[in-house]
Design a protein around this ligand. Structure first.
Ligand code: CP
Length: 387
């Protein structure tokens, strides 16, 4: 078996020579190197170019990412929880993105491996509404063979006054392996992770973090830009103040070498934004200039107690994305939105529904594969601790 590192070192002579031979950026090859795996969609290309170096590889020579041996090759993924992007180093992120890519390929082939989570139980515990995150974790768990319970908080004992910790302790007594939590309070999933004996995944906590959304967004970008996001310029626009998606995306995209800009009215920017390590703009014309990607955010009216915008109509006029404002970005720029969308408030339907521009449907599709990858990595790490 010639795993990623030996393919890159022994066949191509290292990261930079491999990048030249394969016509990829050095950071892409470094990502494969650190993750210990080469994404399946590049195998054919690598096999072809390896012939010039007198190496005749077959698919069996690539690292089998779903093998239990994963952690013994390349960088070992040892995290038991997925709470914030801050908890991960770049190699962890590369491992997660490689696994997400692996499941994206498999899902296209409609042949998920149901043995990965066989015998494991996943509990979805959502105290805030969700369509995409909850359903994609449910589907991801089922596709990998887990028993999945999605607790209906509205009809649970939470409504009789049971506290978050008591609810979690009760669920913990049923011995789940993975607990996916969404809560309106920042830090709630981290608190639970200290009280339960299973892996906790943050599915969004208050305005704090939404790490799995950031990971699926990064994977969507890699798919849209042929695996290479290094040096891209992305504008995240709108209600930054209330957005856990923006907070997690800024951290992850910065780590991946993407140039991030924030664009929004001063009332919708956090007071500490100067410490986020990004450029800040208040108008779309200068903010979108030269951007490869425009990520629009939902105006989170449910988290607003005062008047943050004069009116929805005026907000759309100055900050909503339409074709006129998109023209400020690079020709061919792509548009993202984590959903749910407020059509006609932060984005026009015309843009959201244009398949040549919008990556919004791809974000949802990628979300299932990325969450399969996250469940797989955490489950492997649990097995490593138990063995
Ligand atoms: N993006 C996102 O978190 O969507 P849901 O609220 O539908 O899960």
């Amino acid at each position: 078996m010639a795993y990623a590192k030996s393919i890159i070192d022994d066949i191509f002579g290292g990261i930079r020579p491999a990048a030249r031979a394969l016509d990829k950026s050095a950071s892409t090859i470094q990502g494969w190197y650190e993750a210990g795996t080469i994404p399946q969609k590049h195998w054919e290309d690598v096999i072809e170019h390896a012939k010039a170096f007198d190496h005749y590889l077959t698919p069996d020579d690539f690292f089998p990412v779903s093998s239990p041996a994963m952690s013994s090759h390349g960088y070992p993924f040892e995290k038991l929880h997925c709470l914030t992007i801050d908890d991960f180093h770049r190699p962890d992120i590369e491992t997660l993105l490689s696994l997400g890519e692996h499941y994206l390929d498999l899902s296209v082939q409609k042949s998920p491996d149901r043995s990965v989570l066989r015998g494991k139980t996943l509990v979805n515990l959502f105290f805030e509404n969700s369509t995409r995150t909850e359903k994609s974790f449910e589907l991801a768990g089922k596709r990998l063979g887990a028993d999945v319970i999605s607790m209906q908080v509205a009809s649970s004992s939470v409504k009789k006054g049971e506290t978050l910790l008591d609810t979690a302790t009760t669920l913990n007594a049923m011995n789940p392996d993975l607990l996916v939590v969404r809560h309106g309070s920042s830090g709630a999933p981290a608190l639970l992770s200290q009280k339960v004996s299973c892996s906790v995944i943050n599915a969004g906590d208050g305005m704090h973090a939404h790490p799995t959304q950031a990971l699926l967004d990064a994977l969507t970008l890699r798919q849209a830009f042929d695996g290479d996001t290094d040096g891209l310029r992305i504008a995240i626009c709108g209600d930054i103040l209330h957005s856990r998606v923006a907070r997690s995306n800024v951290k992850l995209l910065n780590m991946l070498g993407v140039e991030v800009r924030l664009v929004g009215p001063p009332t919708l920017l956090p007071t500490d934004v100067d410490r986020w390590g990004v450029d800040v703009f208040h108008d779309m014309k200068t903010g979108l200039k030269g951007c490869d990607v425009v990520m629009m955010l939902r105006l989170q009216l449910e988290r607003m107690s005062g008047a943050f915008v004069p009116s929805k109509r005026e907000y759309f006029h100055f900050h909503g994305l339409d074709r006129t404002k998109l023209a400020y970005a690079k020709t061919g720029a792509k548009v993202m939105h984590p959903g749910p969308m407020n059509r006609g408030i932060e984005i026009s339907s015309d843009i959201a529904d244009d398949p040549d521009i919008s990556l919004i449907t791809q974000q949802v599709e990628t979300g299932v594969a990325m969450r399969m990858g996250i469940l797989h990595a955490l489950s492997n790490a649990q097995d490593g601790v138990r063995s």
